[in-house]
Design a protein around this ligand. Structure first.
Ligand code: ZN
Length: 233
């Protein structure tokens, strides 16, 4: 299986993830490929502040949130991401409610992406609540961004309806896009490495990232992969 493109080339992407580091770990190699080799424009939305992502008892959540935003900015720079919106919801407490859905729908109408990348909320045993919430709210937001009778206030301020052509869900149970990231693995590792607060305390994280890429490419003729479920809209 290989990456497939819809008829019109995809130019602009919006990557909507729960935490700083989710984009790089989930699809950093593929994002680097799309940006560097295919000239696509990528924007991030990071839903939470990442303020619970530590085992260090000496750091307070507010400082951690600031550190993680800076790390996310550096990681995005490595890949060539054009811009990031930090929604700064509390880590661990993200809810796929109307407020988040409408917030995301507003940004979808603003950015007008051809493709959206997010967590797969239907993956079995997806433990982290923020990953489920971000994936679900993004899916709901795609509908609210598309249909004009949702969010009349947005129409009033000139944000016209918009539908991306497809959604790519990361880490699905049943992938239908296996992206070859062999040439981009080192770039992915460099981007992930920017998340020092997360990777620093973890010994051998590079081998784990490489190992996961190799597992996902097990049945393929290349060394490392990232996987997606593609839903055409
Ligand atoms: Zn996460």
């Amino acid at each position: 299986m290989v990456t497939t493109e819809t008829k019109e080339p995809v130019k602009k992407l919006l990557v909507i993830m729960a935490h700083p580091d989710d984009a790089e770990l989930g699809c950093g190699g593929t994002l680097a490929k799309w940006i560097r080799q295919e000239g696509k424009e990528v924007y991030y939305i990071v839903c939470t502040d990442g303020s619970k992502g530590t085992k260090d008892r000496g750091i307070n959540p507010h400082s951690l949130a600031e550190i993680r935003e800076k790390e996310q900015e550096k990681a995005a720079q490595v890949l060539g991401v054009k811009g990031i919106t930090f929604l700064r919801h509390l880590d661990g407490e993200l809810k796929a409610d109307g407020a988040l859905c409408y917030e995301l729908a507003t940004l979808i109408r603003y950015h007008r992406p051809d493709r959206i990348v997010t967590h797969d909320p239907w993956r079995h045993y997806l433990i982290h609540p923020d990953h489920r919430a971000a994936g679900l709210a993004t899916t709901d937001a795609v509908v609210a961004a598309r249909d004009h009778l949702f969010l009349p206030a947005l129409l009033a301020i000139g944000l016209e309806p918009h539908s991306p052509r497809e959604i790519y869900y990361t880490f699905p149970d049943i992938p239908d896009v296996i992206s070859d990231i062999t040439e981009l693995m080192e770039v992915k590792l460099e981007a992930v490495a920017q998340h020092k607060s997360q990777m620093g305390p973890m010994s051998g994280w590079q081998d784990r990232v490489r190992g996961m890429g190799a597992r996902l490419a097990e049945k393929e003729p290349f060394a490392y992969a990232e996987i997606f479920k593609r839903v055409e809209l």
